[in-house]
Ligand binder design. Structure first.
Ligand code: MEV
Length: 307
């Protein structure tokens, strides 16, 4: 039996624009998904999620859009083994909230299954490649930023086909959840349908430029200066049509409670916003008083590992 874990993620800059080749910045957080793999008799894959209470079963050669099954099958291909596999998932990452739950579970599963079947741990780059292949089967045109950061960890500067680690300091950010679950593929498709509009194309370019500015700030260890860039990022994401009344209300509340910057993280439509504040505890209290679930997270955390 092998247990692996991978971190959740925040997209700091570049949400959606990374799908169109613009750069983005993503960071691994201190909430993790755990996947335990064991070999099973019979040509089947059985996935049990301790968080949702769901069990899914599938033949080892059966095509599936389930991201965990797709992850197991990629790891089997890599390992040149077709043994039956049982998976148990435990995760600290909320589902459908833009914090990378799906990518973290897939990444941890690939690491646990490939290590179990080959007897040695694949490199993080090999895991990232397998996780991206599995993600492509399960989601609409993913850029690969989610699976790259849940595999590599730290804080990455990502441009399709080109990933580098940013030598930056960990940050404390406040996450507030709108409580509205959304589906990343639906949001990516919605944006794709408007990409021929020149204003949308221009917004993508501007989002990419913010990522470059943010990289300079992070490398200069001037994290406190990120706030205004987060606000500009939020305004561009609103123009793309991926914000919502409940997300805008959270952004306004953050501003009224002293945050220096706030934005959606991930696909939007629901899910979470992230805020930078000199007083994270005061901000968390303000969110909680308004009825939103909120907590602080640390960025720049380790990537996938065998536990
Ligand atoms: C989702 O976490 C991030 C998006 O940019 C989609 C993607 O990059 O695949 C919205």
């Amino acid at each position: 039996m092998i247990r692996a874990s991978a971190p959740g993620k925040l997209i700091l800059f570049g949400d959606h624009a990374v799908v169109y080749g613009e750069p983005g910045i993503a960071t691994a957080i201190n909430k993790r998904a755990y996947s335990t793999a064991c070999e099973l008799d019979g040509k089947k894959i059985v996935v049990e999620s301790k968080d949702t209470g769901e069990t899914t079963e599938c033949g080892i050669r059966e095509k599936s859009k389930n991201p965990i099954i797709a992850a197991v099958q990629e790891a089997q291909k890599f390992s040149k083994s077709r043994s039956g596999i049982g998976i148990e998932i435990n995760s600290q990452i909320p589902i459908g909230a833009g914090l990378g739950s799906s990518a973290a579970v897939a990444t941890a599963t690939i690491a646990s299954v490939a290590t179990l079947l080959t007897g040695k741990e694949p490199s993080t780059m090999e895991i990232a490649e397998m996780a991206y292949k599995a993600d492509k089967l399960a989601h609409e045109s993913p850029s690969g930023i989610d699976t790259a950061v849940t595999s590599l960890g730290g804080t990455i500067f990502f441009k399709k086909g080109n990933i580098s680690q940013l030598d930056s300091e960990p940050l404390t950010l406040v996450v507030a959840n709108s409580g509205v679950r959304r589906n990343t593929s639906d949001m990516v498709l919605r944006v794709k349908n408007s990409i021929r509009d020149p204003r949308v194309a221009l917004s993508m370019f501007s989002i990419g430029s913010l990522s470059k500015e943010a990289r300079t700030i992070l490398l200069g260890k001037r994290q406190g200066d990120l706030g205004p860039l987060m606000d500009r990022g939020q305004s561009l994401l609103k123009d793309l049509g991926v914000s919502s009344t409940s997300l805008e209300d959270l952004v306004q509340l953050a501003k009224d409670s002293g945050a220096v910057g706030s934005k959606i993280t991930g696909a939007g439509g629901g899910g979470c916003i992230i805020s930078l504040s000199d007083n994270p505890e005061t901000l968390i209290q303000a969110f909680k008083e308004s009825g939103a679930s909120a907590y602080s997270v640390r960025t720049n955390q380790p990537g996938v590992r065998i536990d």
